[in-house]
Design a protein around this ligand. Structure first.
Ligand code: HEC
Length: 104
């Protein structure tokens, strides 16, 4: 019954891709948003830019902030531009997840 095994293998791969792809694209969204809307002030590596008075997002202090704190900072920081503050809730979540990935 070799065919059955092959079918099972293909099915397993299909299911694995279904589970993996949304996660991958989600992380990529966060990276794209970060590059487009955050990197110019906080730096591509999120280490901060003194010239922009933008703090590091990968400092020990920033690591201590909860996801909710980070999300609130994105939408509620006076220095953030309207483009940053008006991000949709999902985009804020994605970019916070990306910042977390940079903190590791
Ligand atoms: C126009 C420059 C600018 C842009 C663009 C910008 N930031 Fe900021 N951000 C700042 C500054 C300046 C501060 C310091 C807060 C203050 O002084 O009000 C800050 C503060 C923060 C904080 C709080 C850090 C802490 O330790 O409390 C977070 C989190 C943050 N930014 C994330 C982001 C994210 C994520 C984006 C992109 C969606 C972004 N910022 C885009 C300038 C910017």
């Amino acid at each position: 019954m070799k065919t059955t095994k092959l079918v099972m293998l293909v099915m397993t791969i299909a299911v694995a891709l279904f589970i993996l792809i949304p996660n991958l694209s989600w992380a990529e969204d966060g990276a794209a948003i970060y590059k487009g809307k955050c990197a110019m002030c906080h730096g591509a590596d999120a280490a901060g830019k003194p010239a922009m008075k933008a703090p590091s997002l990968i400092s020990d202090d920033a690591k201590k902030l909860s996801d909710a704190d980070l999300a609130k900072a994105v939408t509620g920081t006076a220095k953030h531009t309207p483009a940053v503050k008006s991000l949709a809730a999902d985009d804020v979540k994605a970019v916070v997840a990306y910042v977390r990935s940079l903190q590791k």
